[in-house]
Design a binder for this molecule. Structure first.
Ligand SMILES: *[C@@H]1O[C@H](CO)[C@@H](O)[C@H](O)[C@H]1NC(C)=O
Ligand SMILES: *[C@@H]1O[C@H](CO)[C@@H](O)[C@H](O)[C@H]1NC(C)=O
Length: 349
């Protein structure tokens, strides 16, 4: 086990000793974005981008698929646990999202969504603008339950997490000549970041004061990216990683400007470096496989292609960095969640 992992586990233990289960550090956890954080909003939509069938969910608490693009928990599920919540924020479009369940948060994320509205439209996912409309509707439900003053305290105290951008690049820009012939990666990043800035401003106007946004991962190292864009080389696609770093730098700069909004705590969670470390030095981090994903051949399968008939699915994903062609395993998510906690301390203080 690497030193950094030991440090993170210690940090998690320290935080969890001050947290009493069911008495969380913040009133609620609100989640927006894409498949990295979706817990089932796509299940009942007309879209091919779903994960509500086996083997998804086989290592989850319920050992059943939920719509999470993972064998088990997402990084944000671990975050909910570390913060002391006794349940995960429910998918807003699910049956569980009603009554008192809403008071500790909700999840509005939708796989294949992103900063660029066209990405969500391409796949029948919920665009970020629509996720915000659902959040507005959610807020009025909470006001009806606890009254305006208490509701406002929930919204301003809640941690809001946003994960987006990967689908905009991988499932849209790189395969869509209408975008990649017209915009350079630099220009496309600027378009995404204008949408990001608007999203944060709108969220702020709705009362959010604690917001964390994830950076792009090393998109060129996702197993499916290597297969699709690697030109036969069995290595991370440098061009894609360069674009991700460029985007992440701009995300930092844009966030710096947004921090001028009075009372706003805005943190950028860097998942690029931790994931790259797991991929390039798997054994240091307790993994043995970082090139091949667990599901199927591990080179491409995600969503419908990762199913109970996929041939080659590994029997135990705990030492795989990737569960499917695009998404980290539960074990990798646990490591990432440690970094989120470390980088997000400002949001709970
Ligand atoms: C963004 O800024 C943080 C510090 O605020 C730094 O740790 C991180 O490496 C930066 N990311 C990029 C991509 O520059
Ligand atoms: C998977 O392997 C780990 C050790 O690497 C072990 O602790 C765990 O119990 C195994 N899980 C299953 C489902 O076999």
């Amino acid at each position: 086990m690497g030193k950094s992992r030991i440090f993170l586990i210690t940090l998690v233990l320290l935080v969890s000793t001050v947290v009493v289960l069911g008495d969380p550090l913040v009133p609620a956890l609100i989640i927006f974005g894409d498949s990295v954080v979706d817990v089932g909003n796509n299940n009942n939509r007309v879209t091919l981008v779903k994960a509500n069938f086996p083997p998804y969910g086989r290592d989850f608490v319920t050992h059943r698929p939920s719509g999470r693009f993972c064998n088990g928990k997402l990084a944000t599920d671990f975050t909910a646990e570390y913060l002391g919540f006794s349940s995960y924020p429910p998918a807003y479009l699910s049956q569980e999202a009603r009554g008192k369940n809403l008071l500790t948060g909700a999840n509005f994320a939708s796989a294949a969504s992103g900063y660029y509205t066209g990405t969500a439209q391409l796949y029948g996912a919920i665009p970020l603008t629509q996720q915000l409309s659902y959040y507005r509707e959610y807020q009025s439900k909470v006001v009806n339950i606890v009254g305006k003053a208490k509701a406002n305290a929930i919204f301003s105290g809640a941690i809001h997490v946003l994960s987006a951008g990967s689908s905009d690049f991988i499932q849209n820009y790189y395969i869509n000549p209408i975008l990649n012939r017209v915009y350079s990666p630099d220009q496309f990043s600027d378009i995404l970041l204008r949408s990001y800035a608007t999203f944060i401003q709108n969220l702020y106007e709705m009362g959010a004061r604690r917001i964390g946004v994830t950076s792009l991962p090393p998109t060129g190292c996702l197993p499916a990216s290597i297969t699709l864009f690697g030109a036969g080389n069995n290595q991370c696609v440098e061009r894609l990683n360069r674009d991700a770093v460029l985007f992440n730098n701009k995300l930092n700069t844009t966030s710096q400007t947004l921090r001028n909004l009075p009372g706003l705590k805005l943190v950028v969670f860097d998942i690029y470096q931790p994931l790259l470390d797991m991929i390039t030095r798997p054994t240091d981090n307790g993994f043995f496989e970082s090139r091949r994903a667990c599901c199927g051949t591990g080179t491409i399968e995600t969503s419908l292609l990762c199913n109970s008939r996929s041939i080659g699915t590994c029997s135990n994903a705990t030492q795989y960095v990737f569960w499917d062609g695009f998404h980290p395993s539960e074990a990798a998510n646990e490591v990432l969640a440690g970094y989120l906690l470390q980088q997000g301390i400002d949001l709970i203080s």
